[in-house]
Write a protein that binds this ligand. Sequence first.
Ligand code: NAD
Length: 489
Amino acid sequence: MSQAAKTFLDKKHGIWVNGCWVNSSSGDFIDVIDPSTGDVISAISNASAEDLDSCVASARAAFENSAWRDMKPAVRASIINKFAELIEQNAEELAYLETLDGGKPISLSKSVDIPATAGAFRYYAGWADKIHGTTHNISMPGEYHTYTLLEPVGVVGLVIPWNFPLVMAAMKLGPALAAGCTCILKPAEDTSITALRLGELAKIAGFPDGVLNVITGYGQSIGAGIASHPGIDKVAFTGSTQTGKIIASAATGNLKKVTLELGGKAPNIILPDANLEKAIAGSAMGIFFNSGQVCTAASRLYVHDDVYDQVVEGIAEFSRNIKVGPGLDPEALLGPLISAKQQARVLNYIEKGREEGGEIVAGGNRIGDKGFFVSPTVIGNTTNDMTVVREEIFGPVLVAQRFSEIDEVVTMANDSDYGLSAVIWTNMLGEAHKLARRIRAGNISINAGSSADWDLPIGGFKQSGWGRENGLEGLMNYLDTKAVVTSLD
Ligand code: NAD
């Protein structure tokens, strides 16, 4: 256990405003609970509307005084790179904080979350000095010098979920900071600890005060306050589709710009010729990774009739051998779900799947009486009209069904309100690419589990969101275009 993590958890946390800790005007706190044990391990502020106004004032002042947005891009890049370096230097502490706060296995926090977080800042530091407009040869009568400028959108509110707290923060902060915006980060109430630590590290990295503010509290108060606040120019949200709709509507007051990364229910299609060993392992981890709390989780399995029994039994066998355990267990591959509420929700879905005629092939139950564990679960013989196939469960639950024709599986895969991602397993590459074109989703993986990279756009078709994050498209969300026309006559 990291002593630094323990010391950080021992505090009752204020909010991070204008480069320092501030006590919430509410005087209220929210318990921080370790999902592996159910024990209270720390406290965060249940911030008030007044606190949010302070964060907005701090971010606005930092934007208007232009120390950040007009900083030479190479200097801005070096500060963002320094931030990445500090995350790496404090990796042990951050990994333990992430594991204790969110329950994910420590091996995963160390090998995925921390390197990916530092990687996001490095990636976007690389863009900071490559932001430029274009010149234009316009057709109006007369002679003109005409060009565009890309300017930061302004004060941005970043509202994120609990499944990858640091990674989700970096996914939004990276491009926002590279663009020269100033930020108010609102982490999920269940996982706010590492975001608060990021505030402190940002100060050491050299960001001017007010460029990064971190406010904690409930979605219905602080999240909703960010969405409707007239002093915020853009809201970037990752979370459920239901909340995304509320945010989009609340943002209309000042017509702030909105990007939404929402839920998913990814189809995972296995054709009969696929490398089944690879497809079985990839499909199992495609749903069980991070206990299924992944927006791109490959949660709807469609297997060709010829290999259905072999594949479903293979995934069930794989799931029975997965070590589920507390986050601090170095051998655990899966941890608990985030909260008692999420555990109850997932168990309720499993029960519903059973009631609606699904066959529990593996798992299906709570593990232990302490912490919020659910066994990796496979439900066979499902149909597209069942609740467990239609709704996002956000837990370690795979629903499986058969198909016999390609056209049939395309219809089944597209028969969903969601369109975030999809996975295809086959060695017939022509067929794979044809399928990739026919599936309505933002990210398609062929013979690989759901893939992610900072350079690769991610986002949803249909009700899985608005816009794309990552890569250049992710950066453009934080920039406004200005056209400048000068007469030369
Ligand atoms: P959630 O929508 O309940 O909460 C997400 C964030 O929104 C939290 O910070 C919460 O406090 C805040 N919030 C809640 N109600 C709000 C309101 N009325 N107004 C403003 N903010 C509010 O989602 P969750 O349960 O924390 O996360 C799981 C969901 O996130 C899943 O649907 C998952 O698919 C989605 N997700 C999507 C992506 C993606 O990239 N598309 C990535 C990760 C998670």
